[in-house]
Design a protein around this ligand. Structure first.
Ligand SMILES: Nc1ncnc2c1ncn2[C@@H]1O[C@H](COP(=O)(O)OP(=O)(O)O)[C@@H](O)[C@H]1O
Ligand SMILES: O=C(O)C1=C[C@@H](OP(=O)(O)O)[C@@H](O)[C@H](O)C1
Ligand SMILES: [Mg+2]
Length: 189
């Protein structure tokens, strides 16, 4: 494989891609940037990208909101577990999960064993602002989004913290977050 660094980032992305050959799996709360950052990270590394929520929607032929409405959260979680197991098996380069996926014990064990989990994290104000841009997240429609996100942050923190890599994002451009992930990957043994 060529050792030419990606021109967009001041880091040897080809070396990272060659050394870390398991799926990079983005985990963290709703709005932290898993889907948008994941796509850009895959581009930087010259790897394939897949979004688990999009795959669930494709398999069910319904949106996430419609699945929650028609069948409830437990049904969605069953489908999510199955879809992520399949995506891990298929060997994608970068996988963006939905915020609840890594909380599932089975999914978490599978990702930690066969992939490299990257926990994207940011402050509550940023999450509230980013998730307010779209009304596609059923869990945030059941009450005050800030309170729901605050509680989920508390509840899910212990699961997310098991990810091998932790990156705190801020209000900067997407590229700055991608660059920070690349630095962590370059330093990862
Ligand atoms: N680092 C970032 N800087 C600025 N905006 C971001 C960043 N990451 C994500 N966003 C924006 O926040 C929103 C939610 O991002 P998304 O990738 O859908 O999050 P997730 O998949 O984690 O729920 C999108 O509008 C996205 O463009
Ligand atoms: O946190 C969660 O439980 C969820 C997060 C969503 O994905 P994003 O984290 O990509 O918004 C989506 O899977 C569903 O609405 C449930
Ligand atoms: Mg997403």
């Amino acid at each position: 494989m060529s050792n030419t660094p990606s021109p967009a980032y001041d880091i040897d992305t080809a070396a990272i891609a060659a050394r870390i050959d398991r799926p990079l799996v983005l985990v963290g709360l709703m709005g932290v940037g898993k889907s948008t950052i994941g796509r850009r990270l895959a581009g930087a590394l010259g790897r394939s990208f897949v979004d688990a929520d999009e795959e669930i929607e494709r398999a069910a032929n319904r949106s996430v909101g419609e699945i929650f409405e028609a069948h409830g959260e437990a049904y969605f979680r069953d489908g999510e577990r199955r879809v992520i197991a399949r995506l891990m098996e298929e060997g994608h380069g970068v996988i963006a999960t939905g915020g609840g996926a890594f909380v599932d014990e089975e999914t978490r064990a599978l990702v930690l064993e066969n992939g490299l989990a990257i926990w994207l994290d940011c402050d509550l104000d940023t999450l509230v602002e980013r998730t307010s841009r779209k009304d596609t997240r059923p869990l945030l429609k059941t009450g005050d989004p800030r309170e729901i996100l605050f509680n989920l942050k508390e509840q899910r923190g212990p699961a997310y913290s098991q990810a091998q890599i932790h990156v705190v994002t801020d209000d900067g451009p997407h590229e700055a977050t991608v660059a920070r992930i690349l630095e962590e990957l370059a330093a990862w043994r």
